[in-house]
Design a protein. Structure first.
Length: 163
């Protein structure tokens, strides 16, 4: 095999691997009926309680399946940038049907995974989680104000409250 042919095979393999990793990160769940205000408040409450338990000042956003803001709350003394970051994380998780952590992992892998940075909807920062009820995505939660793992921990507390 010539070096040129070998390079082509490697390029195709890398392209296929990158595309597979991005596809694998998407949840297979279909969209359901969007979360309503009452349920959005119920999802935000345990997330905000988790932030308070950790002595963190955070912003929490709940969006519907289209990424439209349904409920938002910012704790006192939360850094200003967290306001929009929480909303963006939630929108990204809802519209792309995956956690923002999975997007972060794809980007961290480099190569073709970096293509996700070209998507306007993608926010590859940990802390955005789709909300699933009866196997269907009903919206998403986004949390911001701390480190990525803690943002996810706070968002997960809200996501776990869905019944």
């Amino acid at each position: 095999m010539s070096p040129r042919t070998a390079c082509r095979y490697v390029a195709v393999l890398l392209l296929a691997t990158g595309a597979w990793r991005i596809a694998q990160a998407q949840m297979p769940n279909p969209y359901g009926e969007s979360i309503n205000l009452e349920d959005a408040k119920k999802v935000a409450a345990p997330a905000l309680a988790e932030a308070a338990r950790l002595h963190l000042n955070m912003a929490v956003a709940i969006v519907d399946i289209s990424g439209n803001l349904v409920y938002y709350e910012k704790m006192d003394n939360t850094q200003l940038a967290s306001s929009t970051i929480a909303i963006d994380k939630a929108r990204s998780a809802a519209r792309l049907k995956r956690t923002t952590k999975s997007m972060q992992d794809v980007v961290a892998g480099g190569g073709e995974g970096l293509r996700i940075l070209k998507l306007d909807e993608a926010v590859p920062l940990e802390g955005g989680i789709p909300l699933v009820r009866d196997g269907k995505i009903i919206g998403a939660i986004g949390a911001s104000g701390s480190a990525g793992k803690t943002d996810s921990q706070v968002a997960q507390a809200g996501a776990d409250s869905i019944k």
